[in-house]
Design a protein around this ligand. Structure first.
Ligand code: NAD
Length: 443
């Protein structure tokens, strides 16, 4: 099939490449000239495991092309995906200016029937707004479909090729038939395509992300409680995760959720709820807990140094908002670094993929290290902020030798508590305590 994808970011590029992989002829459109130039010359602008290989193959086979021209894109595809940004506005609502702007332009370019697909995460009612924007300049046949994306950065290719489910919001039989054909290669293992109305599809995406955020904030609060009650959140996590109703995944406490989706989607859903007169109380708490959790590790650090971080040097392992991505949008590591710098500390950081993005945001206020061990040289303590696999079993002798003091603050619980003590570290993590201290109960 002839497919167009407008917006070639984390979602658009994965979507375009994975659709080309099953034999479709895909044209990707982006407004960013530099990015399109890079892509045309075979350079991958983002880090996403497995994507580059597919990208190279499909580009070579002539199934994947890139352009800055929307009219070229609209002419090309019988199905046009919108994978455009929907950043939070100042009030927390999803900013639809990119989606609706492109929709109106598409209206001016359409000449015959096409299916326009919202792949961006958009609030309920957006499919209707997109149709209205198209109708400003086009009277003919068109279907607007909601098809939210559930891929996770870091495993996006796998998620796209083998999705748990595909959600499609449309009441048009014609669009339904086209999309059933398009997605058939991705659901051969029996994973479902769930057809529903547009509004329910739009809300499903927010419901999924908000629910996952609830799980994370719940476990972060549980970790706080464990620290105060002398329990171990890892044990509690295992204890509840083996209950099928709860499930093992997304029960890891840490330094708060970040990334380009959870914070913005939780806020956008709260805004939508507020708009219809139903304050979503759980999500208000989820957001507050998350904000507090982002600085929880800094509180521990301050406490250890009796409030004085002036002149201390910290080695930070991990900058991306999670492992296996170079994405640093709303990364908790950056918030921690800002707090440390503000308190007069110095920071040396290492991340396998995200350092150039961080340099673009923070500039030279921190030191960027070549390796995870260089980063430790002369540091007073190590902070683990992202759980990249290579941080899990480091050469602890080298760590001990390089650090000025054997002190580790672990925001991701990557090391074993007993082992760290045996190795001679002062080790603090999230929701786990070594010594059973006397309980400080009110009664
Ligand atoms: P992104 O910022 O990585 O990519 C957006 C792309 O759109 C950029 O390349 C930008 O240059 C391009 N663009 C902006 N205006 C344009 C225009 N007028 N014409 C053509 N291109 C234009 O964003 P993303 O992370 O890919 O997210 C896109 C959407 O998908 C968002 O709504 C997001 O919430 C949703 N989503 C993201 C993820 C994720 O993990 N990143 C997962 C699921 C859903």
């Amino acid at each position: 099939m002839r497919i167009t994808v407008v917006g070639t970011g984390y979602v658009g590029l994965v979507t375009g490449t994975c659709l080309a992989e099953t034999g479709n002829d895909v044209c990707c459109v982006d407004i960013d000239r530099a990015k399109v130039e890079k892509l045309r010359s075979g350079v991958m602008p983002i880090y996403e495991p497995g994507l580059e290989k597919l990208f190279e193959r499909n580009q070579k086979e002539g199934r994947l092309s890139f352009t800055t021209s929307l009219s070229e894109g609209v002419e090309h595809g019988e199905i046009i995906f919108l994978a455009l940004p929907t950043p939070p506005g100042e009030d927390g609502s999803a900013d639809l200016r990119y989606v609706l702007g492109v929709a109106e332009q598409i209206g001016g370019l359409l000449q015959d029937y096409k299916v326009i697909i919202d792949k961006s995460t958009v609030p309920v009612g957006t499919a209707e707004k997109v149709l209205r924007a198209i109708r400003l300049r086009y009277e003919g046949d068109v279907d607007v479909v909601s098809n939210p994306e559930f891929l996770r950065e870091g495993v996006a290719v796998e998620d796209f090729l083998k999705p748990d489910r595909i959600v499609i919001g449309t009441e048009s039989e014609r669009a339904r038939a086209l999309l059933t054909e398009l997605y058939a290669p991705y659901v051969r293992q029996g994973n479902p395509i769930l057809f529903m109305d547009e509004r329910s599809a739009e809300l499903t995406k927010y419901a999924a992300n908000a629910f996952l955020a609830v799980k994370i904030s719940f476990m972060n609060e549980m970790a706080q409680l464990c620290e105060r009650l002398g329990a171990d959140v890892d044990q509690v996590r295992r204890g509840i995760g083996s209950d099928e109703r709860i499930g093992k995944r997304f029960l890891f406490p840490g330094i708060g959720y970040g990334g380009s989706c959870f914070p913005k989607d939780v806020k956008a859903l709260m805004y939508s709820a507020e708009e219809v007169g139903y304050p979503f109380r759980i999500l208000e708490a989820v957001t507050q807990v998350n904000e507090a959790q982002k600085v929880h590790l800094v509180h521990k650090i301050r406490r250890y140094y009796a409030g004085d971080l002036q002149g201390k040097r910290f080695a930070v392992w991990g900058l991306a908002f999670k492992p296996n991505t170079d994405d640093i949008r709303e990364a908790p590591a950056l918030e921690i670094i800002r707090e440390l710098l503000e308190a007069g500390a110095e920071v040396a950081a290492y991340d396998p993929e995200a350092m150039s993005n961080v340099r673009g945001v923070l500039g030279e206020v921190i030191h960027y290290s070549e390796t995870q061990y260089d980063c430790l040289q002369g540091a007073d303590a190590l902070i683990v902020a992202t759980e990249w696999n290579e941080f899990r079993t480091p050469d602890f002798e080298r760590v001990l030798q390089a650090l000025r003091e054997p002190v580790v603050f672990d925001g991701r619980n990557v090391f074993d508590l007993d082992q760290m003590q045996k190795r001679g570290f002062h080790y603090e993590s999230i929701g786990r305590t070594l010594v059973n201290q006397p309980l400080n109960l009110a009664k």
